[in-house]
Design a protein around this ligand. Structure first.
Ligand SMILES: Cc1cc2nc3c(=O)[nH]c(=O)nc-3n(C[C@H](O)[C@H](O)[C@H](O)COP(=O)(O)OP(=O)(O)OC[C@H]3O[C@@H](n4cnc5c(N)ncnc54)[C@H](O)[C@@H]3O)c2cc1C
Length: 399
């Protein structure tokens, strides 16, 4: 029987990141994904590599600082996959957050990012406003411009998997994790590939199941103590045609939440929402009320933009259970270490690499260090040339 140091369950960005970082640190790794790479949340995000300007409001300074550091690193190691984009924040007479508050937030954001080129912000002069069309100009008081980064989340995950494989990790996809039982040296793992149930032994398990994390924990014996979580769905709509070749950071008129309108392969991606989800993660779907909310926001700021929906998709955030508003809950990644099982809860696409390095430090505590063959800080990530990695823009013919 094959023996691995660790089996990673789930081929989203976190599973891929752990497989890469652990293989780079010298461990024998098997990663299992039941559908296709990034089939879960990791292809349903807003596709931003960012510090999360809005998290400053909820005091999540450590998260913002970490994500900005990772953003700069990803721009260097994955230039084919991550690129800087201009973001515009229009402030109107009716906006909840006044200009001084946004300026202060942007100053802290730039400071955390190190005030390097690409990390500064500016206030547009009034003579530039007409260039923002089709943005509504009446009652417009101020417009700020700063930079963050965009990616294709599916391609980024595929590139990390490919890097993990190049470092010696074994991958199985589609391959569904069925169960794991503790043995004297670790775990005996069963997974299903096609019609065949296969068995391997490993010393550590990494549960990178995203919204399925607690379902997967139930299949491990003895069960690791699950963390109490809420699943919060976030929907996007893809609209035909381009609003601009830059991004808009908007305040939703209904509840003053942040909503992005982003250029996406010649069309416009708008998101996202926050709706508590109580069902089976396999059954999540965008709700009509979420679509109405996003379209009302678009109409409010771009009244002349003709709306034609090309696509809609939804992802699930894993947030710590609490009575606090979703906005106020921590977006930090939580690692739940129980004996030789490490569960990854929540987190950001942007910080996947540093999360993976934290998981490897836990593995080193359990298994001891190995001879490192590479470091993820230095490994270049490249756009996959194969057909699977091409973005599915079929049917999205931009005007
Ligand atoms: C709406 C929304 C927008 C977001 N936008 C951003 C953003 O712009 N920038 C950012 O940095 N972060 C963003 N995030 C956060 C980020 O997308 C997630 O933190 C990240 O994608 C989670 O990745 P993951 O690998 O933990 O989970 P997932 O991507 O969900 O991966 C879990 C995988 O486990 C697999 N799996 C489940 N059960 C089994 C089994 N039995 N056997 C094998 N495999 C199994 C699933 O198929 C899935 O592929 C967003 C999140 C949401 C919900």
């Amino acid at each position: 029987m094959q023996v691995y140091d660790l089996v990673v369950i789930g081929g989203g960005i976190h599973g891929a990141g752990v497989a890469q970082a652990a293989a780079a640190a010298g461990y024998r790794v098997l990663i299992l994904e039941r559908n296709s790479w990034a089939a879960g949340t990791s292809s349903k995000s807003s596709k931003l590599i960012h510090g999360g300007l809005r998290y400053l409001q909820s005091g999540q300074f450590q998260l913002v600082w970490e994500c900005l550091r990772e953003r700069e690193l990803l721009l260097r190691i994955a230039p084919d996959l991550v690129s800087r984009s201009d973001f515009y924040i229009p402030v109107y007479k009716q906006s909840k957050y006044p200009s001084w508050q946004i300026r202060l937030g942007l100053m802290i954001y730039s400071l955390f990012a190190g005030f390097r080129p690409g990390c500064r912000f500016e206030q547009l002069s009034k003579s530039e406003y007409p260039t923002l069309a089709p943005l509504r100009l009446n009652d417009l008081k101020t417009v700020f411009r700063y930079q963050d980064a965009q990616t294709n989340d599916l391609q980024l995950t595929q590139a990390v998997i490919s890097s993990a494989r190049a470092l010696g990790a074994t991958s199985a996809c589609p391959a569904r994790f069925v169960s794991a039982k503790q043995t004297t040296g670790g775990y005996s793992v069963s997974y299903q590939e096609g019609d065949e149930v296969k068995h391997v032994d490993c010393r550590c398990l990494v549960n990178a199941g995203g919204p399925w994390v607690n379902q997967i924990a139930q299949r491990i014996v003895p069960h690791p103590q699950p963390l109490k979580i809420d699943l919060v769905q976030g929907s996007h709509v893809l609209l035909r045609g381009s609003l601009a070749n830059h991004c808009f950071y908007l305040e939703a008129p209904q509840d003053q939440r942040a909503v992005f309108a982003l250029p996406w392969y010649g069309n416009t991606l708008v998101g996202t929402t926050e709706t508590l989800f109580r069902g089976d993660p396999d059954e999540v779907c965008p709700l009509p009320a979420e679509e109405t909310y996003l379209l009302e926001t678009v109409r409010h700021y771009f009244p002349e933009f003709e709306i034609d929906i090309l696509d809609r998709f939804v992802g699930l955030r894993v947030l710590p259970h609490s009575d606090r508003r979703f906005f106020k809950r921590s977006r930090e990644t939580l690692l739940n270490v129980d004996q030789q099982v490490i569960g990854i809860y929540g987190g950001k696409l942007t910080s996947y690499r540093s999360t993976a390095e934290k998981v490897v430090r836990q593995i080193q505590k359990i298994l001891g260090k190995r001879t490192r063959i590479a470091h993820t800080r230095k490994l270049q990530l490249r756009l996959e040339a194969n057909e699977d990695s091409a973005p599915d823009t079929s049917g999205y013919n931009a005007d």
